[in-house]
Ligand binder design. Structure first.
Ligand SMILES: C[S@@+](CC[C@H](N)C(=O)[O-])C[C@H]1O[C@@H](n2cnc3c(N)ncnc32)[C@H](O)[C@@H]1O
Length: 548
């Protein structure tokens, strides 16, 4: 749909030294990359053809032009002090195909100052296009708004808070200080140098730019660091302050769903994991980056993730949550009877998943896991994830709910490395997550616990969780497959209860021996040997998006 744009000047002109097509964009039949040299006029304008950047020879009339770029999809990269690259997306001219392709023009300037002035004008014109397209009121009337894939599914208010959060250094520091996390990324990159050496890398959601710098340390030919929040500016500064690496890194401020890159990537690196792996819905962004930027069979760091689940028993936690609602049992609160709201308050507290580090001995059955393969999963498959549950209880106890954690694999050519958030492993800033049932169920040792965990994405960048757990009939009559008790709950992953206790030593009843709940496949060895001690003292502020 058309968006009108009314710049305060009708056009703006600059002199540049040359324009040419970069060789990688030339068709095989092209003989020369140069389009024009000699003094050229670059003209920004907004007319009936929309907002455009046109180039013409100084001697030609303003109506004629050598090259024309639509400003709507254009991105400008500085590739040298007096050299820049302008890339735009073009729809295919072939009517039978809806495919679009990228078009690039290298622009030369005589001086650095000319280059700076041009970039500043480009940003101004681009901002005006973006302002118009995001629905900002313009003098010439109301606007139809084309939306990106991100804007289509995420509420504006949620996205605003989300990027505001990540735009602050203190929250990036929180992630950088998770040495299990950052150390494992560092080891995964450096030990798999061969996957980065001489390669083009895209850092998906670059934040401070730390992973881009790791990729450059591993010998990447060029890294495109894409970051939507104001952190992009800090990333630029950090990268400029590390010039030997920084000269191979370009920071692009924008959403992964919207920016254009001048070339395809051989490898993607990203840290898109939220609580329970999927919180924040950034995995979708990672998968979109794969489809937009990665060459066929390119690598992804991380390559896949697994959500691990096991039933747990934790009487202290259950009582703590249930007691929170006791407030509403007061019959004389300044003369008011609060009890009509007790039931709702009680249920309300159980809609909050609990985030903390717990003792793995609280698990009452070996864990199962569900795999999300980032290299092939479709974005839409992340909108709803349905996981059947089946466990065999190791002990007779009261089951209070489902404990969950995740790990991710860096499937490098030299070394396979896992980053785990398992209970009992060095604690990360993700901790673990527990869904607590308001009605616990009783099980005997050897009894099957069946159920289902359904996670449905919502537009506030998180998920609604639907959990059902049932104790299957055991002993006589079990062959009929009946359930003895079933308990269900609905939780909002966006509203967790952050309970930052240290893992506690729990006393075991005489008939309950501590047992090994993690099977050998799940033993979190890798992160331990990289990062050393855990981070149990790490603080995690309760601000809605701290889970990453
Ligand atoms: C968990 S942080 C990781 C930052 C950094 N890569 C690191 O490992 O320290 C995720 C970053 O991705 C950015 N981000 C999330 N969704 C994005 C999107 N759709 N486009 C661009 N950046 C995005 C956030 O602003 C945030 O800075």
């Amino acid at each position: 749909m058309e968006v009108s744009l009314q710049h305060k000047h009708k056009h703006q002109e600059f002199i540049c030294a040359s324009i040419s097509r970069p060789s990688s964009f030339l068709s095989p039949s092209s003989s020369a990359s140069s389009l024009q040299s000699g003094p050229l006029v670059a003209r920004f304008s907004a007319d009936s053809h929309g907002p455009q950047l046109r180039f013409r020879h100084e001697t030609e009339s303003p109506a004629s032009y050598t090259a024309c770029i639509c400003l709507r999809s254009a991105q400008l990269f500085r590739i040298g002090p007096t050299e820049s690259m302008c890339v735009s997306e073009e729809s295919g001219t072939d009517k039978t195909s809806e495919k679009s392709c990228s078009r690039a023009i290298a622009i030369g300037f005589s001086t650095e100052d000319e280059s700076k002035a041009f970039h500043s004008a480009f940003d101004t014109w681009k901002n005006e296009v973006n302002g118009a397209e995001s629905g900002a009121p313009l003098e010439n009337g109301s606007l139809a708004v084309p939306k990106s894939k991100f804007d289509d599914k995420i509420e504006i208010a949620s996205a605003k808070m989300y990027f505001h959060y990540y735009g602050q250094l203190l929250h990036q520091q929180n992630m950088l200080q998770d040495y299990v996390r950052t150390g494992t990324y560092y080891a995964a990159v450096i030990e798999n140098r061969v996957d980065f050496l001489g390669r083009v890398v895209v850092d998906v959601g670059a934040g401070s730019g730390i992973l881009s710098l790791f990729a450059a340390q591993a010998g990447a030919k060029h890294v495109y660091a894409v970051e939507a929040s104001e952190m992009a500016e800090y990333a630029r500064r950090l990268i400029a302050g590390n010039p030997s690496l920084g000269q191979r890194i370009t920071v692009l401020k924008g959403k992964v769903e919207e920016v254009e890159l001048p070339e395809k990537a051989d490898i993607l690196i990203s840290e898109p994991m939220g609580t329970l792996l999927v919180n924040e819905r950034m995995l979708e962004t990672y998968v979109i980056a794969r489809d937009r930027f990665l060459v066929h069979n390119g690598k992804m760091f991380p390559t896949m993730g697994r959500i691990h689940m096991a039933p747990f028993s934790d009487e202290f936690l259950f009582v703590e949550i249930a007691n929170k609602a006791l407030f509403w049992q007061q019959q004389n609160y300044y003369g008011v009877d609060l009890t009509p709201l007790y039931g709702s308050a009680f249920q309300g507290y159980f809609t909050q998943p609990v985030v903390d580090a717990f003792d793995p001995r609280l698990l009452v059955a070996p864990a199962i896991f569900h795999t999300l393969d980032f290299s092939c999963i479709k974005e839409e498959e992340l909108y709803e994830v349905d996981i059947p549950l089946s466990f065999i209880a190791s002990i007779g106890t009261r089951v209070h709910g489902l404990a969950c954690w995740f790990d991710v694999l860096f499937n490098g050519s030299s070394v396979q490395r896992w980053l785990t958030t398992a209970p009992g492993a060095p604690t990360t800033h993700w901790y673990q997550l527990r869904c607590v049932l308001s009605q616990p169920i009783y099980v005997m040792a050897g009894q099957e616990i069946a159920g289902n965990l359904r996670m449905v994405a919502h537009s506030s960048q998180s998920y609604t969780l639907y959990l059902t757990m049932s104790a299957k009939m055991w002993g006589a009559g079990a062959e009929q497959g009946g359930m003895i008790q079933t308990s269900s709950c609905k939780l909002d992953l966006k509203e967790p209860y952050y309970r930052m206790s240290q893992p506690q030593a729990y006393a075991w009843a005489q008939d309950q021996q501590p047992h090994q709940m993690l099977n050998s496949q799940e033993m979190p060895l890798e992160s331990e040997d990289v990062a050393g001690s855990g981070l149990t003292g790490l603080s995690l502020q309760n601000q809605g998006h701290q889970s990453n």
